[in-house]
Design a protein around this ligand. Sequence first.
Ligand code: EPU
Length: 422
Amino acid sequence: MDKLVIEGGARLNGKIRVSGSKNAALPILMAGIMAENGVHISNVPDLKDIHTTTRLLSMLGCEVEYNPEKGRVFILPRRIIPEAPYDLVRTMRASVLCLGPLLGLLGQAKVAMPGCCAIGSRPVDMHLRALEQMGAEFELKDGYIIGRCSGLHGAHIQFDFPTVGGTENLIMAAATADGETVLENAAREPEVADLCNFLNCCGAKISGQGTSVLRITGKSRLCADARPEYAVMPDRIEAGTYMVAAGITNGELLLEQCPLKALDAVIFKLREMGLEITPENDGVRVGCSHPLCDVDVMTLPFPGFPTDMQAQIMALMTVSRGSGIIQETVFENRFMHALEMIRMGANIKLSGQNAMVRGVKRLKGAPVMASDLRASAGLVLAGLVAEGSTEVRRIYHLDRGYERMEEKLKLVGARIKRTEDK
Ligand code: EPU
């Protein structure tokens, strides 16, 4: 197991290229199961979750060529089988996204039920209820979700909550279902829109992407004659994380390939805290030359402030002037990083879904433990500004979602190295 060792206090300066989005790439790769004549996908980040997904696609019967250096994946479905085994699903919850495509394609799916997760219980009840409305039936047996249908049909569906994964599963199922599906209260996340654009590129008929009402007219076959090429959108959460890195170190970074529009809510809060964020021809320049101001943050589904940026903005707030409240409304247990930041000298009080953060003059380096992907990022950011040395342990979480983070940070001046955690 590896850990990151960070000597805090270095001002970051230089360019960082934002990688392709993990959360857009995962459903797009899963949708590759439906691309009859094959599909080329580019701007795919080199991440553990992407390697897991390509393995899963191979096990499901796709021919997969993955070139991590070039960020390219070619998927050609051969003889698709309907079973996603537990050994893979337990390492990556997003495996449940093959449910929609498998049901649409084969009329059956056997997918291991995703287990518990550090940030919340994360059930898939809304995925299943919506697929039932399209004609699927489910039973839970031996830890597997077993789904069957004799062809999916279009339906009028209303989600109780705009679930991201649920919306993606539904879109993929509806893309090849019989008739029109209207999905209300759909997730509006840019990654969902990217999946819709990808499917349209494969011949699907989806409208309303980016809004809360999606209309999907089912097509019996996707990519029947063509072999399209699609580039995944850049990662807005990675970009937001490096914006915070610039701010927390009083540095200046130029972020290339930064998805500015998808970051409105984040940029709004970071500017309120005093960061200077300026779009330029070759990227977005982020700097901070003043003391950081306090701010209140509530996480919400898009276009609200993303829960995936909550740990990072908390790190920034720990060294701001004044105090602010973070309200986490999306996941019920996403403050594990706060306890580790407190060990670094942060002044944070937790109460249910609220965290009151009072800025301190300085954080002190300490050994800390990452509990999930974004928590790890928050701890690395805290380590960049802390006095002395911070060791972030269990960084396999970080490797799931940030492409070569320590290399990117080192190139802009961070004193950070990866070592083995014995
Ligand atoms: N929920 C249910 N029932 C469902 C589905 C969701 O109760 O059937 C609840 C969840 O328990 C959670 C909330 O609804 O409390 C939101 O869950 P959602 O389905 O929207 O999230 P997800 O699809 O499981 C994706 C991202 C997460 C990101 C969330 C919210 C991927 C692969 N994952 O998860 O990303 O936090 O949307 O934006 O796209 C990350 O990248 O670190 C990460 C956790």
